[in-house]
Design a protein around this ligand. Sequence first.
Ligand code: GYE
Length: 319
Amino acid sequence: MKKYLPLLILPLLLLVSCKKAAEGESSKTITVGFSQIGAESDWRKASTLSIKEEAKKRGIELKFSDAQQKQENQLKAIRAFIAQGVDVIALAPVVTTGWDDVLKEARAANIPVILIDRRVDVSEDGLYACYIGADCTEEGRKAGRWLIENVGKQAGIAELVGTVGSGPAVERKKGFEEAIKGEPGLKIIKSQSGDFTRSQGKEVMEQFLKSPERDQINVLYAHNDDMALGAIQAIEEAGKKPGKDIVIISCDGVKEIFRQILAGKANCTVECNPMVGPYLFDVVETYMRGETIPPRVIPHEDVFDAKNITQEVIDGRSY
Ligand code: GYE
């Protein structure tokens, strides 16, 4: 029995560390420090807005910091939040590694960290309290399955990868490769990062279309809609028809890609839900009430293509 004791105690410690003694603090304004990645995509802007609006609605004080896609800025922001003694820290981590030290500092200060939208790789359990975000590997699989079902078993694929070292870039690649691995006729012939931005998506697609393999490319898989939108421009400028000569599959589900799908210039988007404000502050308020918070929250997501996109659907979406 003795050798199992540490295994039994560890989960208990984790649960205890994620709970707060709420007595006597119910009337105090809750303060949350939020380190956001940047404003690199329409998805990101929607996520920022969702969090700001929800904090306002609930009367929660939000200290917002934009890291401009740089981890060093996020580390500084988290340390500042710790120094200010916020109740909770929310972090959308730009990359997966390099967080151990700062998360240990937050834990030593008894401030729980809630991860939003991207995961981290850490050396021990209990360094963050909860992770709210999509299953990006499954998003990659959905994109791969859509390709097989709608395009077939023969294609030359160009891949626009997200930010190097970020969770969604690694996972969307992995899931997609997993889904197509049984189909030897589906080949990824080009793969490069466009850093999740429209401008770099365009630039990298231009290079793909000048490469010796250019005539073999008939599918583009972009890890986000913004890079796909940049690529659409590059494809048109190269004299080809996006959505027809090159089938376009991406992830996120922002309004602009919906419009392009409706216009026949893009083909499929795998939704990734950026409206995380309500999920985040539900968890924050649960913690502040002294209740146990869930370790993982996965928002609901769909797949969209010409079969289910209408102008009404576009008008009904908030991002
Ligand atoms: O797909 C992309 C953004 O982390 C899931 O980051 C998020 C990704 C999203 O910039 O557009």
